[in-house]
Design a protein around this ligand. Structure first.
Ligand SMILES: *Cc1c(COP(=O)(O)O)cnc(C)c1O
Length: 403
């Protein structure tokens, strides 16, 4: 018997425009819905399922942890938190970590760090530079930092203390902050995710690092989506050879178990003192075990190199099949974080792709986003393109009016 999925759910709040699909289980890069239809997963729960589904090394480790201790609380030490923090410190060349459960919480902590950094040096009304098209979350402070009016609409008054600038324009950044003694930090995603897979150029990242050093600002990089190996380095900013002062992480860190973290370097690591910040679930034993095992498996199985290699293959296949198609504006991104920008809104493609057995998303109205599990193989990458390319060509040939 087929289970019919209602368009709207009667009891959960109407916060998401959901597809009429309910997923049941998965294996590797493949998932099945409650009716047994299978899908190739090029979305990974929005850049979350780093190790795909039912990973043979992750599942027994989590089962072991669930049977031992799920939650203790931050009155006590959590040994796996020390292990995970030490690992993140090693991978990032930074020094200390605060754990929470989600991306917005990690960003909220970063914003608090920046403000206290300012207050500690006598700046009473600290201001933080943020970017056009940025996405940092949906709490009141992080939606205020977000550069998307749709996210902000209806939730004013917004939190003050943000200065917004365009991407990749160091002159604009200097001009917007000229003579302003209240600036304390610059805050951005190395590759904007929700904003449409928009990368910051390596040269620009180095220029900002230098400016932050000269002016004693914190360089805060939101790697919630582009971090954790997705681009073929542990953290996307590492392609530019820089080290930030503050780096929020979440999404892929626990491979599906909610884990957030704020990694800090020496200039930011000692700003918080007891009583300044905290969260009940942050750093709990199950979440920490998920983080420790995710990184261990990524290292053992060479998933950073895989993300780089399969990402490059996926990119080359997309370029070959769609690069010259009229209506395709640009294919961009790095590793397994790729965007295909069309010249028109294309949200309809998410359902069409699902019907054809492929999970993707469309963000910023007209950008198809591919953020598959980092275990994706070359064969699966080929399959993604074999399903997606004809759908895109068909969609564009329908001649939906380009704006
Ligand atoms: C998803 C995302 C967030 C918010 O994370 P949540 O876990 O949904 O709160 C913040 N920043 C970036 C870059 C993201 O992609």
């Amino acid at each position: 018997m087929t289970t019919v999925i209602e368009a709207a759910s009667p009891h959960t709040m109407n916060t998401y425009g959901r597809l009429p699909i309910a997923l049941s289980h998965g294996q590797g890069c493949r998932v099945w819905d409650v009716n047994g239809k299978s899908y190739l997963d090029a979305l990974a729960g929005i850049a979350v399922n780093t190790l795909g589904h039912n990973h043979p090394k992750l599942v027994p480790a989590l089962q072991d942890q669930v049977a031992k201790l799920i939650h203790s609380c931050n009155y006590y030490h959590v040994p796996h938190a020390e292990t995970l923090a030490a690992k993140l410190v090693e991978l990032s060349s930074m020094t200390n970590v605060f754990f929470c459960s989600t991306g917005l919480e990690a960003n909220e902590a970063a914003l608090k760090l920046a403000r206290k950094f300012g207050h500690d040096k006598g700046i009473e009304r600290p201001e933080i530079v943020v970017y056009e098209k940025a996405f940092h979350g949906r709490s009141i402070a992080t939606l205020s930092a977000t550069g998307n009016e749709k996210v902000q609409k209806g939730f004013g008054p917004l939190v003050e203390g943000f200065i917004r600038v365009p991407l990749n324009d160091i002159a604009a950044l200097k001009k917007a902050t000229e003579g302003n003694p209240n600036v304390v930090a610059v805050f951005f995603e190395t590759i904007q995710g929700e904003g449409g897979v928009n990368p910051m150029r390596a040269e620009y990242l180095r220029q900002i690092r230098q400016l932050c050093d000269e002016r004693d600002w914190l360089l805060m990089i939101d790697e919630v989506q582009c971090g954790m190996g997705r681009t073929g380095k542990w953290f996307a900013h590492q392609w530019a050879g820089i080290v930030p002062d503050v780096m929020p992480l979440a999404k892929g860190l626990g491979s599906g178990v909610p884990v957030g973290a704020v990694v800090a370097g020496p200039r930011a690591a000692h700003i918080f003192q007891p009583g300044n910040h905290g969260t009940t679930f942050g750093g709990n034993p199950l979440a920490m075990r998920a983080g420790v095992e995710t990184i261990r498996i990524m290292e053992e199985d060479g998933l950073i190199a895989n993300a780089a290699a399969v990402g490059a293959q996926l990119r080359a296949l997309l370029d070959a099949r769609l690069g010259k198609v009229s209506g395709v504006r640009e294919i961009r991104g790095q590793g397994l974080m790729l965007g295909i920008e069309l010249d028109r809104p294309c949200a309809a493609l998410t359902l069409r792709a699902a019907q054809a057995g492929l999970l993707i998303s469309v963000t910023a109205d007209s950008v198809i986003r591919l953020v598959p599990p980092l275990i994706m193989t070359s064969t699966e990458a080929q399959e993604v393109v074999d399903i997606l390319a004809p759908l895109v060509c068909e969609f564009l040939a329908e001649g939906n009016p380009a704006p």
